[in-house]
Design a protein around this ligand. Structure first.
Ligand code: NAD
Ligand code: FES
Length: 272
């Protein structure tokens, strides 16, 4: 059993939890994820690690309440326990000095962008970060992202805070004005697709962190498969980080919608 040590409500729908998971924390690297199951009846959900502290033995997760399981998790409090917390899973990000790296975090994707930006800063890179949310109240971790970035840009779709527009609005300007060696994008699939199209135009290598539906997280069930360079890859063991210019985002978008009806029914039943 894994104890929730701390809970923070970052926005009405986005919650942070610090989990007591020493063995996961000891091995975790930027870019990896965990799969958790609240109880023995529960579904498994993958969450990219938002932060970890090997000394304290803690792992921080940040999630948006979008369905039954994330809503159940959001109702849990510090002191409660989670049955399974498996990880760290997936391959870690390469931590080396690329030169100038732009880290782009969209919405909930800001959380998994943080450890990547921190690791890249520690590796000696110049780190420019761009974070964006739909509106000011949905934005979080601006302070933490600022700490690990040489320069930070903030956007909101509605202009209620920072610059009005998508993260790609600022990225386009940075790509036109500065030499960029690598872009890392984490967020909704459409945002990672648009980022990759933009960077392809500018010839800048781009990594994206994919989040398809997962079950076992060990490369056995095949449900996390994505097409990369026309080849079938399993996100849980081959990823979750892939070359954004090689990912078939349209296939990923349609695969993410496969269980929408079932997810809707499960949520309605839970709320009834
Ligand atoms: P959102 O729809 O609010 O978008 C967040 C930001 O992404 C926007 O403010 C904008 O700046 C950018 N964006 C969105 N659509 C764009 C487009 N078409 N072009 C350019 N930029 C665009 O996102 P949200 O509701 O916070 O995110 C939820 C989604 O993020 C879920 O699908 C979730 O699965 C995914 N997610 C992915 C990861 C990951 O590891 N890739 C991690 C957490 C969440
Ligand atoms: Fe089953 Fe990746 S989640 S193969």
């Amino acid at each position: 059993m894994f104890k929730i040590l701390e809970k923070q409500v970052l926005t009405p729908e986005i919650k942070l939890m610090v989990i007591d998971a020493p063995r996961v924390a000891r091995k975790a690297k930027a870019g990896q994820f965990v799969i958790l199951r609240i109880n023995d009846q529960g579904e498994r959900i993958p969450l990219t690690i938002a932060d970890f502290d090997p000394k304290k033995g803690t792992v921080t997760i940040i999630f948006q309440e979008v369905g039954k399981t994330t809503m159940m998790l959001g109702e849990m409090e510090a002191g409660d326990t989670i049955l399974d917390f498996v990880g760290p899973l997936g391959k870690e990000m390469e931590e080396k000095n690329f030169g100038h790296v732009v880290c782009v975090g969209g919405g909930v994707g800001i959380a998994p962008t943080f450890p990547k930006a921190r690791a890249l800063k520690e590796a000696g890179n110049k780190v420019t970060s761009i974070i964006g949310a739909r509106t000011a109240s949905m934005l979080f971790w601006e302070d933490k992202m600022r700490e690990v970035s040489d320069k930070l840009y903030v956007t909101t779709d509605d202009g209620s805070y920072g610059e009005k527009g998508f993260v790609t609005t600022v990225l386009e300007r940075v790509l036109e004005q500065e030499k960029v060696d690598l872009v890392i994008a984490v967020g909704p699939v459409m945002m990672m697709k648009m980022t990759s199209l933009l960077t392809k135009k500018h010839g800048v290598p781009t990594l994206v962190s994919l989040n398809p539906i997962m079950v076992d997280g060990t490369g056995m069930c095949g449900c996390c498969r994505v097409s990369v360079n026309g080849q079938c890859k399993f996100t849980c063991v081959d990823g979750p980080i892939f070359d954004g210019h090689a990912v078939d985002f349209d296939e990923l978008l349609s695969r993410q919608r496969i269980y929408l009806e079932e997810e809707k029914r499960a949520l309605e039943k839970y709320l009834a």
